[in-house]
Design a protein around this ligand. Structure first.
Ligand code: G6P
Length: 608
């Protein structure tokens, strides 16, 4: 899941390539590189590490090429060295690649036997040589790419630049996203609209299997069968893609603080606030009354949103729910019942495993509902019903506002399905919606007390291992809390259902290991407090997140207390997500970690 860009400009393009790459860094930042055509010669500049390393190198060279391609890498094959950085090149072309070429070993052997010399350990280099080979056999650039593509197995997006072609870029997509943008200063190719926003006024997305042949004057699309096709060109509103930290030190901080607004916006989209009812902004492709089962598949934080939703869908809509991480679900060969609904959840809408789960479910006759943040993404387009989260662009690699918006959508959906299935009354709906609409305000309150939680975060930062525990909907939040801490601070952390502590993890407890107890005020609170007592009895280092009343009931010695208001809401867990995120954020900042771009991670994971 790298970021790729290509520009056919009318002035030197290197600085615009870098600008686009900056917007794509969320897709990976192990290395970066670009290639331009300088007087008919391909010139490459590449650097390991983050984009600023490439920028430093570029400061020392003057590139005048008016056509070029660029790449920011999340390493899959081969270490993140400069040699392995894209673009990869031959004597005829350079290429940037996002995704994985599964059969690269086979191709490498075949091409090596034909005299091609490989310089890198990457899978991507095989593509450069494969197309070069076709050109050596006499094919022109477009024919060579068209001949090479069917030989590639895997998921990818590619952009090619050719030595002898100052007015041609060729792009292809299979599995990974690619878009074309038109602007006053040229034609652009890029992994997403975000990359193209500063340059393009209109944009078109390649469909699965498409190839695009772009010159400054003409852009021609071919579908997987090689037929010339039209792809819808739509306006690109640059303002909506602003990538800006505002007054915050990090994107993540900004995104955590945006939550009252974006959760509010998302709720407003799904609720009739005047009537106090749910009003879904789409038609359902199924009859909720006859629905046999709900299956949920997602990855990472989106999966934890799904795990939370299981409680709501079971309780409020009386639906049977099966849920799994998408990387397992797609290979389980799970039998899916007739009239079943599969819900896929994804911020980016491009996560390879989630997309594959969607396709599996579709093949098995399921209705597909996608809860997605990026409206133009593949998952959004392939879902029968699209339920948008209105979180806006999320740049911090660790998901925050997308998560709480996913929860907001799920909450509305559970109420709507409960009503449609006749298991919730009109009065239940009014009460639940009333509770839900208090969420943004309560999140804002929680954010106002940020300073109080910093010392607790610093305490956590000193630990080498941390446990998060909760029951009911606080259990998935415990998992999410542990994930957030791991990914941001690199401190080992685990989330547990509080009731499971005694079946193993309690053996770990000593006064060096913080145990973070998530205790929202629901029917499980008393039980959670009993579990807390078990930890206290063993001298555990307890950090309690709950109301003052719950703390009093806990009556235990605490190492830390994060106070939240007494929230009378079935959806209190959405508010509890805020301190959980802030604890991980402040622990990582205190430790001097790169919270927006943690090591080894990427925002959009388009490999399996
Ligand atoms: C990556 C990100 C996570 C995200 C997961 C799923 O691992 O770092 O923050 O939760 O992918 O991404 P998606 O875009 O499908 O929600």
């Amino acid at each position: 899941m790298c970021g790729i860009v290509g520009i056919l400009g009318r002035q030197p393009v290197a600085s615009s390539i870098v600008e686009a790459l900056r917007r794509l860094e969320y897709r990976g930042y192990d290395s970066a590189g670009l290639a331009t055509l300088e007087d008919g010669r391909l010139t490459r500049v590449r650097a390991s590490g983050k984009l600023h390393n490439l920028e430093e190198k570029l400061a020392a060279v003057r590139l005048t090429g008016e056509i070029g391609i660029g790449h920011t890498r999340w390493a899959t094959h081969g270490r993140p060295t400069e040699i392995n950085a894209h673009p990869h090149a031959s004597d005829k072309l350079a290429v940037v690649h996002n995704g994985i070429i599964e059969n690269f070993r086979e191709l490498r052997e075949e091409l090596t036997a034909k005299g091609h010399v490989f310089a890198t350990q990457t899978d991507s280099e095989a593509v450069a040589h494969l197309v070069t080979e076709a050109m050596r056999q006499g094919a022109g650039p477009a024919a060579a790419v068209a001949a090479a593509l069917p030989r590639l197995r895997g998921a990818f997006a590619l952009v090619f630049l050719f030595n002898a072609e100052p007015d041609l870029l060729i792009g292809a997509r299979r599995g990974s996203p690619l878009a074309v943008g038109w602007g006053a200063a040229g034609v652009y190719l890029g992994s997403d609209a975000l990359a193209l926003a500063p340059f393009a006024h209109t944009i078109a997305y390649l469909e699965e299997g498409d190839q695009v042949i772009a010159t400054r004057a003409h852009v021609v699309f071919h579908d997987a069968a090689g037929r010339e096709v039209e792809r819808r060109r739509q306006p690109l509103l640059a303002g909506s893609f602003l990538v800006d930290k505002g007054n915050f030190r990090h994107f993540m901080a900004k995104e955590i603080h945006e939550q009252p607004e974006v959760v509010g916006r998302t709720l407003a989209h799904y609720l009739d606030l005047a009537a106090g009812t749910v009003r879904l902004p789409f038609e359902l492709s199924f009859d909720p009354k006859t629905l046999s089962r709900v299956t949920i598949a997602a990855c990472g934080t989106a999966y934890y949103a799904g795990l939370t939703a299981r409680y709501w869908l079971e309780r409020l809509a009386r639906l049977a729910v099966d849920i799994d991480v998408a990387s397992e679900f797609r290979y389980r060969e799970a039998p899916l019942p007739e009239n079943g609904l599969t819900i896929v959840v994804s911020q980016s809408g491009e996560t390879a495993d989630t997309l594959a789960s969607l396709r599996y479910a579709k093949q098995h006759g399921q209705h597909i509902l996608g809860i997605v943040n990026v409206e133009t993404s593949t998952i959004a387009r392939e879902s029968d019903t699209l339920a948008l989260t209105l979180a806006g662009p999320e740049i911090g690699v660790a998901s925050t506002k997308a998560f709480t918006c996913q929860l907001a959508v799920f909450a509305c959906l559970a109420i709507a399905l409960g009503r449609a299935r006749g298991v919730l009354s009109e009065a239940d709906e009014k009460r639940l919606v009333g509770e839900l609409v208090t969420t943004p305000g309560l999140m804002a309150d929680a954010l106002n007390h940020e300073a109080r939680l910093e010392p607790v975060a610093h305490d956590i930062a000193r630990a080498s291992s941390v446990l998060y525990v909760g029951r009911g909907v606080a259990y998935p939040l415990a998992l999410e809390g542990a994930l957030k801490l791991k990914e941001l601070s690199y401190i080992h952390a685990e989330g547990y259902a509080a009731g499971e502590l005694k079946h193993g993890p309690i053996a770990l407890i000593d006064d060096n290991m913080p145990v973070i107890v998530l205790a929202p005020p629901d029917a499980t609170l008393e039980k959670t407090i009993s579990n807390l007592q078990e930890v206290a009895a063993r001298g555990g280092h307890i950090i309690f997140i709950g109301s003052a009343r719950a703390r009093e009931a806990a009556a235990a010695e605490l190492a830390g207390f994060v106070e939240l208001p007494d929230i009378a809401s079935a959806f209190a867990v959405i508010v509890y997500a805020v301190p959980v995120q802030l604890l991980a954020y402040h622990a990582a900042v205190f430790m001097g970690k790169d919270v927006d771009q943690p090591r080894n991670l990427a925002k959009s994971v388009t490999v399996e």
